[in-house]
Ligand binder design. Structure first.
Ligand SMILES: *[C@@H]1O[C@H](CO)[C@@H](O)[C@H](O)[C@H]1NC(C)=O
Ligand SMILES: *[C@@H]1O[C@H](CO)[C@@H](O)[C@H](O)[C@H]1NC(C)=O
Ligand SMILES: *[C@@H]1O[C@H](CO)[C@@H](O)[C@H](O)[C@H]1NC(C)=O
Length: 206
């Protein structure tokens, strides 16, 4: 009996370890993943992403804008478990509630101020902060979060690092109200009527 319990304990421990080890991007068995079908030897260019050069000396956008350097834009990140996004907030703009299913996010506020927040899974508890220039905030993996530049006179600029080469984004407004989920399902879910659901949907579909 004692041996059986011992075995059970070992099994549950090892499955816990297994769960921890598969909670992020998979580890690769090579230094990096070379692109398919490329003939000659790789050089530093493959490991360089120049897509952010468009930010240099560019005018600030007039709406909230995200510039990503994930595996999709920068294939050398495949297998490296990291990625970046640059977030530009004109005055009084919001990055609506969303989640990144595969990564936590480490946001570094480079310019301006930013109201940030996330909701936990235990009790929908809201954790908020008003960040000032130079602050770093972490959004735990998979949790719903937002960022808001409430300053009416100043822009805000942030750099976010992700613990995945492909963090993914699920926008709460878009996934719920800008998808083809049936209006009746939404009306029942939000305890309202179909007309109200259609009104919300029309604001996003434009
Ligand atoms: C924004 O700028 C205007 C003009 O300079 C100023 O009157 C106003 O107080 C500022 N608002 C805030 C919230 O700082
Ligand atoms: C704030 O944003 C509005 C547009 O939403 C713009 O008209 C205004 O010029 C901006 N103010 C400043 C100080 O950037
Ligand atoms: C809603 O979805 C359409 C089609 O995918 C897209 O073009 C549009 O930008 C989305 N609306 C918002 C507010 O993101």
């Amino acid at each position: 009996m004692a041996q059986f319990l011992h075995l059970l304990l070992l099994l549950s421990l090892s499955s816990a370890i297994l769960q921890v080890s598969i909670a992020g991007d998979p580890d690769i068995l090579t230094d990096f993943i070379a692109p398919q079908g490329v003939g000659g030897p790789l050089d530093g260019n493959y490991f360089t992403f120049t897509g952010m050069r468009t930010l240099v000396d560019a005018p600030f956008p007039s709406t909230f804008k995200v510039l990503k350097a994930t595996m999709a834009e920068f294939p050398a990140l495949n297998g490296q478990s990291v990625s970046y996004a640059v977030l530009e907030f004109p005055n009084n703009t919001v990055n609506p509630p969303h989640t990144h299913p595969r990564a936590s996010e480490l946001l570094f506020l480079l310019m301006g101020s930013l109201d940030v927040g996330f909701i936990d899974t235990t009790n929908n508890k809201l954790f908020t902060q008003k960040l000032q220039e130079g602050d770093i905030f972490v959004f735990p993996k998979g949790l719903v979060h937002f960022q808001f530049n409430s300053d009416v006179n100043n822009t805000a600029l942030a750099l976010s690092a992700f613990g995945s080469a492909s963090p993914g984004t699920v926008s709460v407004p878009n996934s719920v109200f800008n998808s083809t989920i049936d209006d009746n399902v939404l009306a029942l879910s939000f305890k309202t009527d179909v007309a109200t659901i259609q009104k919300i949907k029309s604001g996003l579909s434009g």
